[in-house]
Design a protein around this ligand. Structure first.
Ligand code: ZN
Length: 163
């Protein structure tokens, strides 16, 4: 297992459409293991393969309580509601912007052995699913914002959420 370098905004790899994973082999397992380590090290909410320079449809998401979800070839089956909140990205370090997302999504994906499963999430989890899956089509959250939040705006937003 290893920490991989996270590519940042401006690198053309982040704007490419990723190809489906077709081989559920050792190479994929090493990639997923490395992505888990890289996500944990960076203390992020999620990480998509193109962020470590691999143009394949795979993401890892922090599921809370030391649980990391692996989604291979994920697709959104269903979504509902809306939420708006601050969003950041490991490929856009130190910046935040307000993004509206569905408040609930249901996702279908394969595990590292190729077995299909479904997972659903709301609020932060739903936001994370949408953000990571978007990476696989070469899109970044910054496409949805009109400006990056200033420190004051971010603080005000986070303080408001606690009330
Ligand atoms: Zn991201």
């Amino acid at each position: 297992m290893a920490i991989r370098k996270i590519v940042t905004q401006g690198d053309p790899l982040l704007n490419k459409k990723c190809r489906p994973v077709t081989d559920f082999n050792r190479r994929l397992h090493v990639l997923l293991d490395d992505m888990r380590d890289t996500l944990t090290e960076a203390q992020g909410a999620g990480l998509a393969a193109p962020q470590v320079g691999i143009l394949r449809r795979a993401v890892v998401i922090d599921g809370g309580e030391d649980d990391i979800l692996e989604l291979v070839n994920p697709e959104i089956l269903e979504q509902s509601g809306e939420q708006t909140g601050p969003e950041g990205c490991l490929s856009v370090p130190g910046k935040w912007g307000l993004v509206s997302r569905p408040n609930f999504v249901r996702v279908r994906a394969q595990d590292r052995y190729g077995e299909w499963f479904e997972v659903e999430g709301d609020e932060l989890m739903a936001r994370c699913f949408c953000h990571e899956i978007e990476h696989l089509d070469g899109h970044l959250y910054v496409e949805h914002i009109d400006h990056f939040l200033s420190d004051e705006e971010l603080e005000a937003y986070l303080a408001g959420e606690e009330n």
